[in-house]
Design a protein around this ligand. Structure first.
Ligand SMILES: Cc1ncc(COP(=O)(O)O)c(C=O)c1O
Ligand SMILES: *[C@@H]1O[C@H](CO)[C@@H](O)[C@H](O)[C@H]1NC(C)=O
Ligand SMILES: *[C@@H]1O[C@H](CO)[C@@H](O)[C@H](O)[C@H]1NC(C)=O
Ligand SMILES: *[C@@H]1O[C@H](CO)[C@@H](O)[C@H](O)[C@H]1NC(C)=O
Length: 441
């Protein structure tokens, strides 16, 4: 890492581009050597020349598209970093090849039912097993005394939780709050059906209504990446912890989360957003039953095929993670993705610090009990602020430069901020960096 850091704290991105070009030439020259996708790992393991071929090609394509299709100023192609689509991880899973392949014969998983003895009767036992095993290995959540409820993404579980936690005989809808800036989907998901059970009541910090409420605590937070705790702290409050990003590549794992109701998702953990699998760890059996009922009414369960696929992916993740420190170091999903995120944040900070137009949040490092070292928070999103007085609306400003982002208003704050995905493919991320430096120059 030391070498890395010193390379990317350089102020001038032109030099960076030159360095990229040089390393590209090196890589292409030495591509006859070692193959693999794990560029960062290989920096640790062996001579830096043994860089990987695939990444060299990706970088090459990025540079070529900068100089050809996008013209001299590099502002022709639209870069869409509005969604947090975690395509960055494709490279890793490609490398894992057959290890995560599963075969499902035509007669398998046909019944609606997975495990009739379980409170969550559509939960695949193999998924439950792998979820427990992964949390144990990573140390990010207490699983003892918890019921697992599986959902079609954690999005469905969020709705299931609102349903389960709202009194059915309440005189008025239960208020749902979260501290701004909050994940932009909470308000729309909460209010889309104009439920009589619950409604969105906005920023938790300014919430003053009496009576019961649900506070969603997202930690690390989407969009800004900070570790969070509840803010309202009144009796009658019920907490839902959305820990979609509580994984070692994004934030130090300080201790196992030990809450009443916690949501996780494979989308952000492994990158398999399209598999649509999330899980809730629920202390109270009655709440878990009501959540299960909601999913029964909504979709009569959760795709068994998807659950089996997710189980396999989690199994391989845990297997590679448990080999930390052994000869399989180079395969550890979390270690590799941690370094890839570190690299991206280093590059982004260098680009932002190269001028005065933008700023990023500053984070305090912490000890990660999983990686056994001090690590920096390096969120899946960059919460960028337009510092220039002439720029009122950062989203429109960047859109003018063909960079699509999500503006602060979606998250309950002002338009000076935008959220930018940090987990897209290399090519798009490089283009974004390049364009950011062009804007500042
Ligand atoms: C904080 C948070 N919760 C939940 C989700 C939804 O995840 P899923 O794909 O599991 O529905 C996201 C996705 O961006 C998220 O950022
Ligand atoms: C890097 O390579 C690209 C394409 O080959 C070229 O357009 C660009 O000018 C090079 N950058 C530097 C700093 O040499
Ligand atoms: C990212 O890059 C791929 C090419 O690898 C391209 O097809 C896609 O449109 C890009 N996505 C965005 C969001 O720019
Ligand atoms: C609410 O409680 C948490 C700890 O449970 C604490 O960190 C936070 O500061 C409190 N918030 C307020 C506004 O008092």
């Amino acid at each position: 890492m030391a070498k890395f850091v010193s390379i990317f704290t350089m102020r001038n991105l032109l030099v960076l581009s030159l360095a990229l070009n040089l390393s590209l030439i090196m890589r292409v020259t030495f591509e006859g050597g070692k193959q693999g996708f794990f560029s960062v790992e290989e920096k640790h393991r062996g001579p830096s020349m043994a860089e990987n071929k695939e990444e060299a090609h990706a970088t090459q394509r990025a540079l070529l598209s900068l100089s050809s299709s996008s013209g001299q100023d590099g502002v022709e192609k639209v870069i869409n970093l509005d969604h947090g689509d975690p395509t960055m991880y494709e490279k890793y899973w490609m490398k894992m090849g057959e290890r995560t392949t599963i075969v499902i014969p035509g007669w398998q998983s046909m019944s609606y039912f997975s495990d009739v003895k379980n409170l969550c009767w559509f939960l695949e036992p193999e998924l439950a097993k792998q979820v427990f095993r992964l949390h144990k290995a990573v140390g990010n959540a207490v699983t003892e005394g918890r019921h697992i409820v599986v959902g079609t993404g954690s999005s469905q579980l969020f709705l299931a939780a609102l349903f389960a936690l709202s009194p059915k005989d309440g005189s008025q809808p239960m208020s749902v709050v979260s501290a701004a800036p909050y994940y932009s989907s909470y308000p729309s998901m909460t209010n889309c059906l104009k439920s009589g059970l619950y409604n969105w009541a906005g920023d938790a910090r300014s919430f003053s209504k009496d009576g019961p409420y649900i506070e969603v605590v997202t930690s690390p937070n989407n969009p800004d990446g900070f570790v969070r705790h509840s803010t309202v702290n009144r009796t009658g409050g019920i907490l839902v912890h959305d820990l979609a990003y509580y994984w070692p590549q994004y934030t130090p794992i300080s201790s196992p989360a030990d809450h009443d109701l916690t949501l996780f998702t494979v989308s952000k953990a492994t990158g398999h957003a399209g598999t649509r699998i999330g899980w809730a760890l629920v202390k109270d059996a009655e709440v878990a039953k009501k959540m299960t009922k909601f999913i029964e009414l909504n979709t009569i369960g959760v795709s068994r095929d998807s659950q089996l696929r997710a189980a396999k992916i989690l199994e391989v993740m845990t297997d590679t993670s448990q080999n930390l420190g052994s000869s399989e170091l180079g395969e550890s999903f979390f270690r590799i993705s941690y370094h890839l995120m570190a690299e991206r944040w280093e590059l982004l900070r260098a680009a932002v610090n190269n001028g005065r137009m933008f700023s990023l949040p500053d984070f305090a490092p912490g000890f990660c009990h999983f990686l056994q070292q001090e690590t920096q928070p390096q969120p899946a999103f960059a919460w960028l602020k337009c510092e220039d007085d002439a720029v009122e609306d950062c989203e429109s400003f960047l859109k003018g430069h063909k960079i699509l982002t999500r503006g602060g208003r979606h998250f309950g704050v002002g338009p000076k901020y935008v959220r930018i995905s940090m987990v897209d493919r290399d090519i798009n991320f490089s283009l974004f960096l390049k364009r950011l430096s062009t804007i500042q120059s």
